[in-house]
Design a protein around this ligand. Structure first.
Ligand code: SAM
Length: 233
C-alpha cells in the first residue's frame, strides 16, 4: 500500500491540498473538520499531525472540475454557501472542510431518503444546515437563508440555470460566485450535450452572470460540465 510523503496546498485554493505518495501517485484532499470520521468511504491520511480526507473526483463534481483544470475555486474559510441538491453530503462535506467552523453551508435537498443520510453527516458538522425544501421555490426557505458568497447547484433537473438565477436574486451577494453542474441529459435527452450547455450558459448571461470558466467533467462524470460564474447585478 502506498504511503503519503508530501502534502501541499493548491495554488488555486489554500484550503484544498494535493497529497503525493511514495509510488508517485497524487490525490486531492481537504483537512478533515471531524477527525476520524469518513463521509462516503474516502480514505483518511494523518500527515504531520493533521488529518486529511481524500477528495474523490469520480464521486464529487467539484473535485472533478479541479482535476479538469477549472480556473478558480473562490471558496474561502469563513464564507457562506447556499448548496442546492445536497444529496447525502459528499461534496457538501468537502466544502464544509474548506469553509471551516466559521463558515456555513445552507444545504437544500428535497428527497427524504438522501436527506436522512445528509442529516447524519450534518450532525457531526455544525456548519452544514440541512433544509428539506424545493430549490425551485426559494421563497420557501428565505426565512432561513441569509446573503451568501457562493451558490453551488447540482440539482440534476431541467431548468438548472433558471433555478440558480432565481436563488441568486434572493440570496447571492453582488459579485458572489456560482458553481453550476450542468447535467445535459436531464435537461433534454434529444439534444447534444454541448447544445444544452450553451443554452444554460446563455440563460446565466442574460441574467447578469459573467462566465469565468466552463469545464467538461469527463472522464470523471460523463455528459456533465461545471460552470463558474460571477454575479454582477
Ligand atoms: N451535489 C451532490 C454531491 O456532489 O454530493 C450530488 C447531488 S445529486 C446529483 C442531485 C440531488 O439534487 C439529488 O439528491 C436530488 O434529490 C436533488 N434535487 C433535485 N431537484 C431538486 C429540487 N428541486 N430541490 C431540492 N433538491 C433537488
Amino acid at each position: 500500500m502506498s504511503e503519503p510523503i508530501k502534502v501541499k496546498p493548491l495554488e488555486l485554493n489554500e484550503r484544498i491540498f494535493e497529497i503525493e505518495f511514495d509510488d508517485g501517485s497524487k490525490k486531492l484532499a481537504t483537512i478533515n473538520l471531524v477527525p476520524g470520521k469518513k463521509v462516503y468511504g474516502e480514505r483518511l491520511y494523518r500527515i504531520a499531525g493533521t488529518e486529511y480526507r481524500e477528495w474523490i473526483p469520480y464521486r464529487s463534481k467539484l473535485a472533478g472540475a479541479i482535476m479538469k483544470g477549472i480556473k478558480a475555486v473562490p471558496i474561502k474559510e469563513g464564507e457562506k454557501v447556499l448548496y442546492l441538491g445536497a444529496a447525502s453530503g459528499t461534496t457538501p462535506s468537502h466544502i464544509s472542510d474548506i469553509v471551516g467552523e466559521k463558515g456555513i453551508i445552507y444545504s437544500v435537498e428535497f428527497a427524504p431518503r438522501v436527506m436522512r443520510e445528509f442529516l447524519l453527516v450534518a450532525s457531526d458538522r455544525k456548519n452544514l444546515i440541512p433544509i428539506m425544501s424545493d430549490a425551485r421555490k426559494p421563497q420557501l426557505y428565505s426565512h432561513i437563508v441569509e446573503l451568501v458568497d457562493i451558490i453551488y447547484a447540482d440539482v440534476a433537473q431541467p431548468e438548472q440555470a433558471s433555478i440558480v438565477v432565481e436563488n441568486a436574486k434572493w440570496f447571492l451577494k453582488s459579485r458572489g460566485k456560482i458553481f453550476l453542474a450542468i447535467k445535459a441529459r436531464s435537461i433534454d435527452v434529444t439534444k447534444e450535450p454541448t447544445e444544452v450547455y450553451k443554452k444554460e450558459i446563455s440563460i446565466l448571461q442574460e441574467n447578469r452572470f459573467e462566465i469565468i470558466d466552463v469545464v467538461h467533467l469527463d472522464p470523471y462524470d460523463k455528459d456533465h460540465a461545471m460552470v463558474l460564474a460571477s454575479y454582477e447585478p
